[in-house]
Design a protein around this ligand. Structure first.
Ligand SMILES: [Zn+2]
Ligand SMILES: [Zn+2]
Length: 444
């Protein structure tokens, strides 16, 4: 029986032999960015690559997800390795899809390269002959939460319930047999070093507000109109005014955008629309801030004598990394990037639907470097292909060995101490309870 270290060496060598192929996959996906739940080309590439390794992937899960599993020689826990398929729309990105505007400005192409590279290493080195339990290789859709109107339409048509990939996969039962899970997100922040685990991440809700006024001739009869754009503007001022009541500890972020502000310039806008997130460190903090935002939205409608329809949508839950898995990763990552490049990362105010999984099972969501520019900006790019694409593959594969070698004792230890706050049913009920539509009439 090979030791964990011998297995890791063999798997990392196999990954090195495949490094050009792994980098090639990361670059190919970077050049074919697709929006969430529409990642058909990327999903096909994942399916083909996993199939070439002798695995039997299933596709079309939550519209575009792809999942394959490999079993060890003994019973044991099931560990899922995840990679996110989607890009997002960033104005001015140099490698954006000309039709959809999608771009890989968050490094999900690198996640996919890392996931597929880990599968290559574990399969080629025949690691499963020494492992217990199962590894699930899971390409998951729609982590970025944009394109909201289209997703809401899909939900109304019954093709989705939740608007994010992992919640939808959870709902459909594709994580029912998974005991613990992990993914690695690309990092662009220099202060976070080359690898590190965050203490926690914010959760959030999504919100849309549609102000309904009355269109009228802007030159000859503005007094007959009700200006929906100004109602939205007052709502935005209200949101900005309540910011000073947010507690530092709650790490609240509210960031609205105006998605529609009028039909044409000589018409008083009868319809104006906002979209926003309300983020925070805890579900309670998000709920408190969300109620204040709703009040500001109503105030905008009231001031102008307009109406407003507010729709609150469940979003990613706050993320907590499992401390035992974090320790295993720290040891592996220090070996891969060097002690001096490892960091313990403080709370992150961004959010991810990996947080949803963290509510029901032990998970790990470390960051690894290799990127420059700011995430979600036109300047974001992978500048170190080894660190961005290849080392995450090694880190994921080493975690599978740490958890599932020696009869899966590593994973069993994690499961013994982990106390995820929710059951799957409790999670689904909580998220369904967040979805809310309100019509406020400010004309009275
Ligand atoms: Zn992102
Ligand atoms: Zn991301």
């Amino acid at each position: 029986m090979a030791t964990k270290q011998e297995l890791k060496n063999a798997v990392c060598k196999a990954i090195d032999r495949n490094s050009e192929r792994i980098i090639g996959l990361g670059e190919r996906i970077r050049r074919q960015p697709e929006l969430g739940f529409k990642e058909f080309k990327t999903a096909r590439l994942a399916e083909e690559t996993l199939g070439e390794l002798g695995l039997k992937p299933r596709s079309g899960l939550a519209l575009t997800g792809v999942r394959a599993e490999a079993a060890g020689v003994k019973d044991g826990p099931t560990f899922a390795l995840l990679g996110e398929l989607d890009g997002l729309v960033v104005a001015g990105h140099p490698i954006a899809d000309p039709e959809t505007g999608a771009a890989h400005a968050c490094g999900h192409n690198a996640q996919m390269a890392g996931l597929l590279g880990a599968a290559m290493g574990l399969c080629e080195a025949r690691a499963f002959e020494h492992l217990a339990g199962r590894v699930v290789f899971f390409a998951v859709p729609a982590e970025e939460y944009g394109d909201v109107e289209w997703r809401v339409q899909q939900a109304r048509a019954g093709r989705l319930e939740f608007l994010g990939g992992k919640p939808e996969l959870l709902r459909l039962g594709h994580f029912d047999d998974v005991d613990l899970a992990m993914m690695i997100h690309t990092n662009w922040r220099r202060e976070d070093g080359k690898a590190g685990v965050p203490a926690s991440n914010n959760g959030r809700v999504g919100k849309t507000a549609r102000f309904i006024g009355r269109a009228a001739h802007a030159g000859s009869a503005p007094h007959l109109g009700v200006n929906a754009l100004y109602a939205a503007q007052i709502a935005l001022a209200g949101i900005n005014a309540v910011r000073e009541t947010f507690r530092d500890d709650d790490s609240i972020r509210v960031h609205p955008i105006l998605t529609h502000g009028g039909s044409q310039v000589n018409v008083i806008p009868g319809d104006a629309r906002l979209e926003m997130y309300v983020r925070g460190k805890s579900a309670e903090g998000v709920a408190d801030a969300s109620a204040k935002v709703d009040r500001a939205l109503r105030a905008g409608a009231l001031a102008l004598g307009a109406r407003v329809e507010i729709e609150t949508l469940p979003g990613p839950m706050p993320l907590l990394c499992d401390p035992s898995m974090a320790k295993l990763f720290e040891t592996a990552a220090r070996g891969l990037v060097g002690d001096e490049h490892y960091r313990n990362i403080p709370h992150r105010s961004g959010s991810t639907d990996m947080g949803d999984l963290s509510q029901i099972m032990p998970i790990l969501h470390p960051y690894m470097g290799g990127a420059t520019g700011t995430g979600h900006s036109a300047e974001f790019r992978i500048v170190d292909p080894q660190l961005g694409y290849v080392l995450p593959a090694k880190a994921l594969a080493c975690m599978a060995i740490d958890l599932l070698a020696e009869g899966g004792t590593g994973a069993r230890e994690v499961l013994k101490t982990a106390k995820p706050p929710m059951t799957r049913e409790g999670y689904l009920a909580f998220q369904r309870g967040i979805a809310k539509r309100e019509r406020f009439d400010g004309t009275a």
